[in-house]
Write a protein that binds this ligand. Structure first.
Ligand SMILES: CC(C)(COP(=O)(O)OP(=O)(O)OC[C@H]1O[C@@H](n2cnc3c(N)ncnc32)[C@H](O)[C@@H]1OP(=O)(O)O)[C@@H](O)C(=O)NCCC(=O)NCCS
Length: 371
């Protein structure tokens, strides 16, 4: 067993074809290289583990390296860690303890490990046996920006969603290019200051994960009045032939540390309302946001977001989990952490872009993103 290096690409590509299928998006090398490059481990080829038996690749333990901010009695620490994405052993090698060996090596290499969207039937039981904390479902917040369009595209269940109150008096805020150093500074003064466990969102993080993403184009909304910022992407709805889209909020970073202690933040709510106003003008009919912590709930409620679990009492979701492709299917996104001193997820900020949960699922023959 050893870590991946560039010369392994061909073998790994063949392994992905044989185990996941020839349509897997990670077969696009620039996407694979970007995703598994991570951040904070500059100059290293990657962190994923490869297992060979008699010279043949039989196992892949994908690891996205990163830096994590970890609260401790002595204050915040920044530790190297890995996010666990794509784990596969060839079928004939399963159930013989090889997965355990691969996992033990990941734990030996990284003092912090995290996962999101892990398979509850296969890898989750292994992580639990190894002392991970599990949140079965991240909180998901939903808002309707154009209720009639939501109902016509997603069916009557979408009628449960309240309309987000968008004010005509507040000018919309459009996304704009942004210096990652500014984003890092706001993060440092808020989530880091408030003692949250999270990926350590320094300048390199924002550059890698958002600005240099090889999967999606992300938009950055920065409040001119200093309330914070938001990162989002517009997901076009193929069923509307591109006329409509959904605003997928990926990161919400209120600047005030108190917002991270669940205090309602009116300036940030106002800012978000202005982002939603811009989104609605550009054809977004709904918005969603995934997060492990519930601390933003009062602020999000102010601009019309509701928690998915407060709505889907009859088991029918008001908005599908997957907007394109297999509509409505898909599991809730779980979150897993193994790090010193993490007891609950209330002070853990993990979002949809953690792990490899926010990357394209289907590409066309030329490698362009379909969704
Ligand atoms: C997940 C996978 C890599 C595990 O590798 P493996 O070699 O089969 O696992 P091991 O034989 O080393 O088992 C490791 C431990 O987990 C337990 N375990 C394995 N599969 C389990 C399951 N489905 N449910 C509960 N426990 C399980 C084993 O009993 C063993 O426990 P022990 O350490 O107490 O003896 C492998 O089964 C696989 O490739 N599965 C298909 C792909 C997949 O689902 N990947 C994960 C999702 S991303």
């Amino acid at each position: 067993m050893r870590t991946y290096s560039e010369s392994d690409w061909e073998a790994v590509g063949n392994f992905i074809v044989s185990q996941w299928g020839s349509g897997h998006p990670m077969l696009v090398r620039r996407l694979f290289d970007w995703q598994f490059r991570g951040f904070g481990a500059e100059g290293q080829g990657g962190a994923s583990l490869l297992l060979f038996v008699e010279g043949e690749l039989v196992g892949f333990r994908g690891i996205i390296p990163g830096l994590y901010q970890v609260p401790s009695p002595r204050g915040m620490q920044v530790l190297p860690g890995g996010s666990l994405a794509m784990w596969m052993l060839r079928e004939e090698f399963r159930g013989r303890g090889l997965g355990r060996i691969m996992h033990a090596e990941a734990e030996r290499l990284f003092p912090v490990l995290a996962g999101a969207g892990s398979n509850p039937e296969t890898s989750v039981p292994i992580y639990l046996k190894n002392g991970f904390r599990l949140l079965e479902s991240m909180e998901r917040y939903l808002a309707a920006l154009d209720p009639p369009a939501c109902q016509s595209l997603f069916g009557n269940r979408a009628a449960e969603l309240p309309r987000a109150p968008v004010s005509d008096k507040e000018p919309p805020i459009a996304p704009s290019p942004c210096d990652p150093a500014i984003l890092a500074r706001i993060w440092e003064g808020s989530a880091f200051e408030a003692g949250f466990f999270s990926l350590y969102r320094n300048e390199e993080f924002w550059r890698w994960r958002i600005l240099e993403s090889q999967g999606f184009r992300y938009e950055i909304f920065l409040d001119p009045e200093g309330a914070g910022f938001a990162v989002a992407r517009l997901e076009p709805l193929l069923s509307s032939e591109g006329a409509f889209s959904v605003l997928r909020l990926i990161d919400l970073v209120p600047a005030r540390p108190s917002t991270w202690h669940a205090v309602e933040d009116l300036p940030f709510a106002r800012f978000l309302g202005r982002c939603l106003a811009w989104s609605r003008e550009t054809g977004c009919i709904a918005a969603d946001f995934h997060c492990t912590t519930g601390v933003f709930r009062p602020t999000l409620a102010r601009v019309g977001f509701v928690r998915e679990r407060d709505l889907s009492g009859d088991g029918v979701l008001p908005l599908p989990r997957l907007f394109n492709g297999a509509q409505g299917r898909g599991r809730p996104i779980n979150a897993l952490v193994k790090a010193p001193g993490i007891e609950s997820f209330e002070r853990v900020y993990m979002v949809k872009s953690d792990n490899d949960m926010d990357r394209p699922r289907r590409l066309d023959a030329d490698g362009n993103v379909l969704y």
